[in-house]
Write a protein that binds this ligand. Sequence first.
Ligand SMILES: [Zn+2]
Length: 355
Amino acid sequence: MVRVRLLAAAILAAGLTLAAGIPARAVVPPVPDPAKDRVVSLWPAQMPAAGISGQYGPSGDGFLTLPYLGDWHIVTSIFDHCSPTYGQNGRICRFDGVIAEAGPNDPAGLYQGYPLTPGGKNDLYYEGHDGYDLSLYFEQVPAAADGLVSYADWATPGCATCSFGQGIRLDHGNGFDTLYGHLSRLLVDRGQWVRRGQVIGISGKTGSVSGAHLHFGVYRHATWNPIDPFGWSGPGRDPWPEDVGNLWLGGAAHTPNVAIPKVAVRAVPVTGSYDVQVSWSSPGDSVTYDLTEYADGASGAPLLAGSTDTTAVVRGQPDHSMWFLVTAHTSLGLWDRGASPLVGFSLPARSKGPL
Ligand SMILES: [Zn+2]
């Protein structure tokens, strides 16, 4: 996201003054486990094998899980430890101490960031960023931890292209907030409690964006100062004095441990009749189902809604065909849809049916 740019010099000076007064943390980071922790990848692919998701900092108080489900998603912009308040100082600093400098060979557009090598395209995107941008394309966005919805609205009323667009802010009650920006849909309201993994919105491209993605930010509740949930593992002192170390649950970034719905639907003609036995299933937490019948290409007729049933017998007709759509909803707000094969009955009836 892009907020109003502040005066870089003032911000930098303030940051350095604060940093000088804070002792460096005497913490030995655990060794990242590439097999287990490789759930977020940086782009371009210059990242070390452990990816961004290894553990870098103290892990005792970690409470966050990644704000997406399923497989890893690419990070298109990192938290800039050297100026995470949208100031510009000619460098972008990653949590592990890797720094990209502005240089003579650098195209250095705001969205391209600065190259790590002269003339190279292996940039660290982009300067002054106060969070992580993730390549979620209109996908379900789960809450990174339990919390209270303290904001669910446009960043700037009446402006679809300003700041983070439609966003949600969660107050986790432990001194930290998370922000989810550029959403296309908000699925929770202010004042509502949400659980880790609960779907709170759909990612999108509202606000100031160059494409659909999720802006994920972590902030101190009291001051709204941004912090990096990965903490700092680079040499020397963290350039950003607000950081508190690694905030990932269990010490490494990973997706929430929730069952993701995946609907399977069967539809089988019942021998000797025009009935169809429809059955369906899905993984998930407290799943309920909607069942809709589509006959001869007509619009759907709802047969079940919000049901915990997983089977139904539906009456068909000679010389007609039909198929069934099942939508599964979990108690965390996740959903999926699945369709049955087309089932047809020809004339005459295949056997002595009741019709
Ligand atoms: Zn962003």
